[in-house]
Every structure is written in structure tokens, then in C-alpha cells.
Design a binder for this molecule. Structure first.
Ligand SMILES: [Zn+2]
Length: 88
């Protein structure tokens, strides 16, 4: 089968589902999580950011980690906290 460079390029550039115009680029996001009366703001979260509208996309592993962090904060009785994202 012949190599198809165009298809490969399209597969790696993700179109934004919100504005359907921009493509996502690697960046960081500030994510706000609310859980059981706890509000947690996490800065510096690795994310793909739409070049057009700024919509932020966090991958599954990062999202799961953020949820665990929010659950731990809720158990610790934290009401509001601002944190820097800590990679696994
Ligand atoms: Zn967009």
C-alpha cells in the first residue's frame, strides 16, 4: 500500500468540536472542579487548546487525575483551593 502523508497529517490535527474552525494546539489550561461542596481551581493543566476559540481539551488520564484530586480535597474538607497541576 502506498504511503498517504495527507491522511497522516489530518489524523494528528484535531478540529475543535465547539467552533468547528480551529485546530487544537498543545498548551495549558486552568480547570475549575466542583465536587461535594468543594471548589478546586487547578492551574497549568496540560491541555489541547483551540487556536480559534480557545476551547480547552484535557485528555482522559489528566481528567481522571483531576477528579481524584478533587475527591481528595473534598474528603479533606477543603472548600475553595487554587493549586498548580502536579504531573503523575
Ligand atoms: Zn474552537
Amino acid at each position: 500500500m502506498a504511503k498517504n502523508d495527507v491522511a497522516t497529517a489530518e489524523a494528528t490535527a484535531v478540529k475543535c468540536v465547539i467552533c468547528k474552525l480551529g485546530e487544537t494546539r498543545p498548551g495549558t489550561a486552568t480547570i475549575t472542579l466542583s465536587r461535594d461542596g468543594t471548589t478546586l481551581v487547578v492551574k497549568g493543566v496540560p491541555a489541547s487548546v483551540c487556536a480559534n476559540c480557545g476551547e480547552e481539551y484535557v485528555d482522559e488520564g489528566t481528567a481522571a487525575r483531576l477528579l481524584r484530586t478533587a475527591e481528595e480535597a473534598a474528603r479533606a474538607g477543603v472548600q475553595v483551593d487554587v493549586r498548580e497541576y502536579v504531573a503523575a
